[in-house]
Ligand binder design. Structure first.
Ligand SMILES: Nc1ncnc2c1ncn2[C@@H]1O[C@H](COP(=O)(O)OP(=O)(O)O)[C@@H](O)[C@H]1O
Ligand SMILES: [Mg+2]
Length: 370
């Protein structure tokens, strides 16, 4: 059982000269799998290390299970941390690495043995118990590091970019292993990564961080479909969302956005939020996967077709990434097609207005959710 609560937490370094977390408030529920995601240097590891007690909190309050832990030593927090670097003892066998913390706690040998074998069997590392870490692959080492955390039965698992040292295929495999582990252990997991795909595939909830601030804290689905601002919209999703400068125009009762001579109707559900932007510039956001190729036939009212030159067309098997320009903005469409689209070819691209997002140019906040 463990919930975690940040209440106006501040973190500064160098005697308060550098503030990396200005004011952080959020809660992680018991048994939740929460991912902190954001670009390098945004404060993810610092946040995690404060939970672990490896960094002091400079201001505010941090609670674990409603108990204020600002002044509680790491060893008394009942938390286990797994690092990118594995941090295994190189001169000890896998077995001893996993048993070490329990031995320090003077747990009876038989009980230690049961725990180590239980963790090893879940993680499929039983055949390597006698080996030293140096004789294991990266993925096996990372599983040992997970096992070493598991045997301690911690209330909270903290994982800091645990898969970053693994190759792409192994990363995908380990992703699902960690998700399964979470389901099986039924404990709170806080997982740090700069990789939005990891965040999207693993998390119950994701906190998107930027410069020490949580921009949005929500389910993967919500972050994708209702990003709160352009930072989140651009960070979640790959290839990233296209942003196009446009002007809001009204014709009778119907609102449109105009860009590069094209008109796109604003769906009525969104039009009421955009009414106050009439004749002003806003940013239209459209995801590459929401642009399709128009191959003829009537164009529905809620769609908009633009003619563009495919500056670059990349085949990815079943899909083609088409790079095209709208004004001076380079955009990308991810088109599902078997047709070979050539670079330089003129294409007709269909934007589905219902999937469009609109952002305030000054604040970069999503219009309608402000
Ligand atoms: N011990 C420290 N002293 C001074 N600055 C630090 C220290 N640790 C981290 N920082 C700074 O805090 C910011 C956040 O770092 P970090 O939490 O490691 O980011 P992330 O894990 O998101 O990449 C960075 O600008 C980093 O340089
Ligand atoms: Mg980090």
């Amino acid at each position: 059982m463990a919930s975690i609560k940040f209440k106006n937490v501040i973190k500064s370094f160098d005697d308060g000269k550098v503030t990396v977390i200005p004011d952080l408030s959020f809660e992680i529920k018991d048994k939740e799998f929460v991912v902190l995601v954001g670009p390098s240097g945004c404060g993810k590891s610092t946040t995690l290390r404060m939970i672990a007690g490896l960094e002091d909190v400079s201001g505010g309050e941090l609670y674990i299970d409603d108990k204020k832990v600002n002044n509680i030593a790491p060893k008394d927090r009942d938390i286990a941390m797994v690092f990118q670097s594995y941090a295994l003892y190189p001169h000890m066998s896998v077995y001893k690495n996993m048993a070490f913390a329990l031995k320090l706690r003077k747990m009876p040998k038989k009980e230690i043995d049961e725990k180590v074998r239980w963790a090893a069997s879940i993680l499929n590392i039983e055949p390597y118990l006698d080996r030293r870490p140096g004789a294991l692959s990266g993925g096996q080492r990372q599983r040992v590091a997970l096992g070493r955390a598991m045997v301690r039965n911690p209330k909270v698992f903290l994982l800091d970019e645990p898969l970053s040292n693994l190759d792409a295929k192994l990363r995908t495999e380990m992703r699902s292993q960690i998700t399964m582990l979470h389901k099986r252990l039924q404990t709170t997991f806080v997982y740090v990564t700069h990789d939005q795909t990891e965040a999207m595939t693993m998390a119950d909830r994701i906190a998107v961080m930027d410069k020490g601030v949580i921009r949005q804290y929500d389910t993967p689905q919500k972050l994708y479909s209702e990003p709160a601002d352009m930072f989140v919209a651009g960070f979640i999703g790959s290839p990233r969302m296209n942003f196009i400068d446009c002007t809001v125009i009204r014709k009778g009762k119907i609102f449109y956005v105009e860009f590069s001579g094209e008109m796109m109707r604003i769906p009525s559900a969104k039009a009421k939020n955009l009414a106050s932007y009439e004749n002003r510039r806003v940013i239209l956001g459209i995801r590459p996967e929401h642009i399709t190729e128009h191959t003829g036939g009537e164009i529905a009212e809620e769609n908009c077709v633009i003619t563009a030159k495919a500056e670059i067309a990349e085949m990815t098997g079943g899909e083609v990434n088409v790079y095209f320009d709208v004004g001076s903005r380079r955009c990308i469409a991810r088109i599902r097609t078997d047709r070979k689209i050539a670079s330089g070819e003129t294409v007709r691209l269909l934007f589905d207005c219902n999937t469009a997002h609109f952002f305030d140019k000054d604040t970069s906040k999503a219009i309608g959710t402000v």
